[in-house]
Design a protein. Structure first.
Length: 411
């Protein structure tokens, strides 16, 4: 073993830069090669319409399986069949050309290429002997932004990724719970899940802590009715959006101040850790070179060289994962002006919010934290923290049983 890994790493980065200048290989479904320049991707509008529909269905609350069923029912050609018929790729069309799998839908929803970016080194081969491809960890990807026309806006792509983090499914009522995946317990941090059935009325549907459901001694129920939560969140959302429309400049100042107070300490710690990590990477590069020289000169045995180089490589791998994460965290923390502007842009999209939908929830709200009930006042009250996206603000409201009444005949 040698420190050739360092040379290979540099070569990969240089190769990626040149590769990003032109698009090699077959373009993904929704694109085609330009007739004038084979290294340029153009939007194939016929297929792009299907891609846009898939993303919009996801935003509307449908999961991959439901989307696949809709496309199959409408007899839309699957990507392989479409490429074969159009002559884009030398592949044999499958027998069933219109049967969509949910895995195909997931693959489309997760591709950054649809937002106009080139992603290299998503996979690699185990060795020159073993040609089998394996998925690389995300921190090894090389991402080049705005290299070709986007089919999906960055906002919609990011929104879909946020929705995909909180994977949800249609209930028996064929409705997606707008709170799915974003309501969590203040004590254990785990998600609250929806309790819904045909035997419960809309007023009786509720959410409770998943930890409590599995092991009652580890947490408390943190029970809250969805109808109450919807009233509280909707009222607060309307209040915030109305304030933004009427007092935009004041809101920007408050949002930036709130963000600075919340993240100043976190950013400072992250920058220190990033600086230490980068210095350590530089040290490891030198240590690898010395270790290799000592092994060649006979100062250390092959066994010691093997052991030490493995330790260095393990540390190097960990740092390679940490550094991009810290850099992104710092970049996101220092970009609050742009984030505030994006939040205001979302507010402008909605002149009115008649009801909560999965799309509205995930566009405006990062998470909702439900606290344990408090009965010290003589009646049940419960604190709810509504954390808006981009760290613009956190609103705290109270669910008071004296105001919202008592649940009837709950399961």
């Amino acid at each position: 073993m040698t420190n050739d890994w360092y040379a290979r790493d540099c070569f990969k980065k240089i190769k990626a830069v040149f590769k990003a200048k032109g698009q090699s290989g077959n373009p993904p479904y929704g694109y085609r090669k330009s007739e004038t320049d084979k290294n340029v991707w153009e939007i194939d509008e016929e297929a792009a319409k299907v891609v846009r529909r898939i993303f919009q269905l996801c935003i509307d609350g449908y999961g991959p399986q439901q989307i696949a069923k809709k496309l199959t029912a409408d007899k839309i050609l699957i990507p392989t069949a479409y490429s074969s018929i159009k002559g884009y790729a030398n592949v044999k069309a499958p027998k069933d050309t219109t049967f969509w799998c949910d895995s195909t839908v997931v693959h489309i929803l997760e591709r950054m290429e649809y937002a106009g970016h080139t992603v290299n080194f998503k996979t690699s081969k185990k060795s020159y002997k073993n040609k089998k491809k394996v998925d690389n960890p995300r921190w090894e990807w090389q991402i080049f932004e705005n290299t070709h026309p986007a089919i999906i806006s960055q906002h919609d792509f990011d929104l879909v990724q946020e929705l995909r983090k909180n994977k949800r499914r249609l209930q028996k009522h064929q409705e997606v719970n707008p709170f799915s995946g974003i309501v969590c317990c203040a004590d254990c941090g785990q998600k609250l899940y929806l309790c819904r059935s045909y035997s419960l009325t809309a007023e009786q549907e509720h959410m409770k802590c998943s930890t409590y459901a599995k092991r009652r001694e580890d947490c408390s129920a943190h029970f809250i009715r969805t109808s109450v939560l919807e009233q509280l969140v909707l009222a607060e959302l309307r209040k915030v959006t109305a304030y933004v429309r009427e007092h935009e400049e004041e809101f920007v100042e408050l949002a930036i101040q709130n963000s600075k107070q919340k993240q100043s300490a976190e950013l400072k710690a992250a920058k220190k850790r990033l600086d230490r990590s980068e210095k350590r990477v530089s040290e490891l590069n030198k240590l690898f070179a010395r270790l290799y020289e000592d092994n060649i000169s006979g100062k250390i045995s092959d066994e010691i060289f093997e052991m030490m180089s493995k330790n260095y490589e393990a540390e190097q791998k960990e740092l390679k994962q940490i550094i991009p994460e810290l850099s992104r965290f710092i970049k996101d923390g220092e970009r609050k002006n742009a984030d505030t502007a994006q939040f205001i842009g979302i507010v402008r999209k909605y002149s009115d919010i008649p009801k909560l939908t999965p799309e509205i929830m995930h566009e405006f709200i990062e998470k909702i934290v439900v606290h344990a009930p408090d009965k010290s006042s003589g009646h049940r009250t419960q604190q709810i923290d509504i954390c808006f996206r981009f760290n613009v603000l956190t609103a705290t409201v109270k669910a008071d049983r004296a105001v919202y009444g008592k649940k009837r005949n709950a399961a």
